[in-house]
Design a protein around this ligand. Structure first.
Ligand SMILES: *Cc1c(COP(=O)(O)O)cnc(C)c1O
Length: 461
């Protein structure tokens, strides 16, 4: 098959998908037990002809959950930015590895341009830098490893020496304990700090936990703040955390995988005030910035830390050019996918103002949804203001029951979450391509669905 034939098939299948999405924003629910009946996923000793392949592929694509339509509010990504798709398709065709200038050439400069522009938004100077990694969990790991090595540079040669501790809020992402396990710090040495009733880390409790651990002879090495907690969307106070980090000389990493994109918005940038004071900052462009999965950045105030932790000499790899253009020396991986080009094409095309407008639209949609929920007697609101997560229950129906029924009846994809003792529907307005009408349609659909399925009310509290 030629590249041209592949692209022809691609175009036909995408055309069919877009046509079908317009009629059916949620793909028909496909139970695991029906997979083999409905789809041809088998692999055999002999290949199949082009026609057979195209049919199998079309069936597969049309049966796949639809994350780009106005009925997807499930997880922290969604929508479809055409410009970014163009960039990503070209990255696939080019197939460079972002380790060396020799193998990726100007694509390295594309990545460096993105990092340098985001560092400027952070308020950082010439010493700053960064890289892209395979996702927020992994760029958070990079932050933790740099914190560990900043405390004790010998660890990377001789292994752990004494017990280290890290600090993060009870509302933070599960990648922190996972990364503590990976880094040798250990899950048991993660201190989960209480939050206030808006889901923000309690800074006095943070300071006290550090004091207590130091008194026991432990070694605090990292504070992990969250800019946009996964459930509530809450933003920790970075300025206050930076003061604690300074006092004890501890690395301050910000997990802004979800909400770090507020950096782009003049209206909402105050949520990450103090970003200039932190040591490292994770941001997923595949969440609020609408770039296809995955596109995760880590920015570092002093890029020398990236070299300390991640460089390894390899004469078979780094044969030419200046280190600054051989980002394999500052990355978690060896071969590395070009995740920069899709983001660059999007940014180039709509400008920083366009990205800001996209972020602002998500906050606007969330405000609209919160207004609706707060003014409607059948809803109970649990959300925090100025977040893109709208948390509510409807007519007392358990959130899990409602979300699962909406999914199994192919109505809406929306998830649920918990804060303290309450579980609620979590509507994420992260698809900035949606308008007010799509948001209203969400509530209309939910209400009509419950009206047609009165049995749901039987489960109501
Ligand atoms: C999504 C998310 C992550 C993980 O990012 P992945 O790219 O999915 O690995 C980390 N932290 C927070 C707060 C998140 O919302």
């Amino acid at each position: 098959m030629s590249v041209k034939q592949s692209l022809d098939i691609f175009n036909r299948i995408v055309r069919d998908l877009l046509a079908d999405e317009a009629i059916k924003p949620v793909a028909d629910h496909l139970p695991v037990s029906a997979l083999d009946d409905r789809l041809d996923l088998s692999l055999g000793m002999d290949g199949v002809d082009a026609e057979h392949l195209e049919k199998s592929l079309r069936d597969l694509v049309l049966a796949t959950p639809r994350t780009a339509t106005p009925a997807f509010f499930n997880q922290l990504f969604g929508g479809r930015q055409e410009q970014a798709i163009l960039g990503d398709l070209l990255a696939v065709v080019l197939n460079n590895s972002m380790a060396t200038y020799k193998a990726a050439g100007p694509q390295i400069a594309v990545e460096k341009t993105i990092i340098s522009e985001v560092c400027k938004l952070m308020g950082w100077g010439e010493a700053s830098g960064g890289t892209l990694g395979p996702g927020g969990s992994m760029t958070n790991l990079m932050g933790m490893l740099m914190g560990r090595d900043a405390f004790d540079a010998k660890v990377r040669h001789s292994g752990m020496n004494g017990r280290m501790t890290v600090y993060t809020s009870t509302e933070s992402h599960y990648s922190t304990p996972k990364n503590a396990a990976f880094s040798g710090i250990g899950r048991d040495n993660v201190r989960h700090i209480a939050t206030d009733d808006r889901g923000r880390m309690n800074m006095a409790a943070l300071r006290q936990a550090i004091v207590d651990d130091k008194a026991k002879g432990l070694n605090p090495v990292l504070i992990n703040c969250t800019a946009g907690t996964t459930v509530l969307g809450a933003y920790d106070d970075l300025t206050a955390a930076a003061a604690v980090a300074r006092e004890f000389d501890i690395w301050l990493h910000v997990d802004g995988a979800y909400g770090g994109s507020a950096l782009f918005s003049e209206r909402h940038r105050h949520l990450v005030a103090g970003a200039d004071l932190v040591d490292s900052f994770t941001l997923n462009a595949h969440k609020m910035l609408g770039t296809p999965l995955s596109c995760s950045l880590i920015m570092v105030r002093d890029k020398a830390n990236l070299n300390t932790t991640f460089s390894n000499d390899a004469s078979y790899l780094y044969q030419t050019d200046h280190d600054a253009f051989n980002p394999g020396k500052t990355s978690l991986q060896c071969g590395r996918r070009n995740d920069a080009l899709k983001f660059w094409v999007l940014w180039k095309s709509i400008g920083t103002k366009g990205l800001a407008a996209f972020v602002d639209q998500q906050f606007h949609l969330a405000d609209l949804a919160r207004d609706y929920v707060r003014n409607h007697p059948d809803y109970t609101d649990y959300s925090v203001d100025e977040t893109v997560a709208v948390c509510f229950n409807y007519k007392g129906i358990p959130a899990q029951t409602l979300c699962t029924a909406l999914y199994e009846h192919s109505q809406l994809l929306v998830g649920y979450g918990s804060f303290r003792d309450t579980t609620f529907v979590r509507l994420v307005t992260i698809n900035g391509s949606n308008g007010d009408a799509e948001l209203r349609a969400f509530f209309a659909k939910l209400e009509a669905f419950v009206a047609e399925h009165p049995s749901l009310l039987a489960a109501a509290a």
